[in-house]
Design a protein. Structure first.
Lengths: 156, 292
């Protein structure tokens, strides 16, 4: 049994690197990424699992880091937007103007990257079902969808 | 973030989990089992200090069992996997209705079944098909049907948790699923209806409308009576008879309709009546009201 009874040091794998961090058992992954590791690309939005601004990938699967305990993912591979390093979906967001204020963009990109990688031939319904996980308060949904479709076309 | 100091324990076996629960209880700690964390972690801001110890069940191999051929699924199964890969149409639809995809990538089946939220929508197909649930706790292991274990919520003994669920072969056939929400994107349901014919008998389970999932055999009996032929919108007499029957079925459910900021009880009742009418049309034997 792995026990987190008080503050302790753990090793998190973030963007392919082992990072040694002190955590409290109740610390969320979002908090550790931003405050401890300085990875502020992951945004703090609603902190309620609704907006998707804090989306990261846990072993390649998009999840919201605001309700994910850091201790719960100590054995997982975490990828943040800083870890994508010019992925096709990032370029497509630029080319399609898939953002306005930009606050929701890292969360959308982490979700969209997983979508085009794991379901490359996603139809419109699947695409929308995935992207429903994120909210853009500027309502730039159309250009965000266009960005995902651009990646899909380029990988045909 | 969870502000108050807590313990987070990750047992590797069922015995370790039960032992951790017993130890925490004997120390006077408030202890909860933990799945995806979506409810407990976000809720900790509003209900600070509600728990001292969280016992994460996801590392226990038996809870991660995923066997579509046997229609058996461990409690640690994430809802997105259940929706995508379980091979049981109504189970998949019910799982896919919960929250949004990235949240479903975290929510576990056991967590959803035991949620304190009123919805617990994966319970609907389990009620509909009277699935078998295996529970384990300090007083041992027991396996029984949902019908025996559920009364507004799963009746867990102290320290018990869900190990797995198993559905009968009837669950491999499709049925009717309708989820009505106020917001068409991601929202809690005002009414969710799962309906199917099982061995020729009409069954249905309702979520959202009553504050907890409901299946009511008396209402199913009311719903099953009456004309068995297709009709058109022009066949108003028959259509009205169906509406009357749906209303009667709705009224045969003794549970009190729920009212909250999303909808009144009257509005939920009307949505449920409409869903029952659509469900009947889909499941056959009663009018297809959309056809001319």
């Amino acid at each position: 049994m792995t026990e987190y009874r008080e503050e302790r040091r753990i090793e998190l794998t973030v963007n392919g690197e082992k990072r040694s961090v002190m955590i409290r058992p109740g610390d969320t992954l979002l908090l550790v990424l931003r405050r401890t590791l300085g990875l502020t690309g992951t945004k703090l939005g609603c902190e309620n699992g609704d907006c998707g601004a804090c989306t990261v990938q846990r072993d390649g699967v998009p999840v919201k880091s605001c309700y994910t305990l850091a201790a719960d993912v100590a054995s997982a591979e975490i990828t943040t937007v800083e870890g994508l390093r010019d992925a096709p979906v990032q370029r497509a967001f630029v080319e399609e103007n898939g953002f306005q204020c930009g606050f929701c963009t890292p969360g959308f990109i982490m979700n969209a990257e997983a979508l085009v990688r794991t379901v490359p031939e996603a139809d419109d319904a699947t695409l929308r079902e995935w992207l429903e996980s994120n909210i853009c308060r500027c309502t730039g949904y159309e250009t965000i969808e266009n960005a995902v479709k651009r990646v899909q076309r380029s990988e045909d | 973030m969870i502000a108050n100091p807590i313990e987070f324990l990750q047992p590797d076996t069922i015995d370790e989990a039960i032992g951790a629960w017993q130890e925490a209880k004997s120390d006077g700690r408030r202890v909860w089992y933990f799945g995806g964390g979506t409810e407990l972690v976000t809720g900790a801001r509003e209900r600070a200090g509600e728990f001292d110890t969280l016992i994460d069940l996801k590392r226990i191999p038996e809870l991660s069992e995923f066997d579509p051929a046997a229609r058996r699924f461990g409690a640690a199964t994430r809802l997105s996997r259940l929706a995508d890969e379980c091979g049981l149409p109504l189970v998949a639809k019910a799982a896919a209705g919960v929250a949004d995809r990235t949240v479903r990538n975290s929510i576990t089946l056991g967590g959803n079944l035991c949620s304190r939220l009123p919805y617990r929508e994966t319970m609907l197909p389990l009620l509909l098909f009277d699935a078998t649930i295996t529970l384990v706790g300090p007083s041992g292991r027991r396996t029984d049907t949902v019908g025996s274990l559920y009364a507004k919520r799963l009746e867990l003994l102290p320290g018990e948790f869900v190990v797995s669920v198993e559905l009968p072969e009837a669950a491999t056939t499709d049925g009717f699923y309708q989820r009505r929400t106020r917001d068409p994107r991601v929202d809690y349901p005002l009414v969710t209806l799962c309906m199917a014919r099982v061995d020729g008998d009409l069954r249905f389970a309702v979520g959202g409308a009553f504050g907890y999932p409901v299946r009511c055999p008396e209402a199913e009996a009311v719903m099953s009576e009456g004309p068995r032929r297709n009709a058109t919108r022009r066949d108003r007499e028959l259509a009205e008879a169906v509406r009357v029957r749906a209303q009667a079925a709705c009224d045969a459910i003794p549970d009190r309709l729920w009212a909250d900021m999303r909808a009144s009880a009257e509005y939920r009742r009307e949505l449920l009546v409409l869903a029952l009418m659509d469900g009947l049309a889909h499941c056959g034997g009663l009018p297809h009201l959309e056809d001319e």
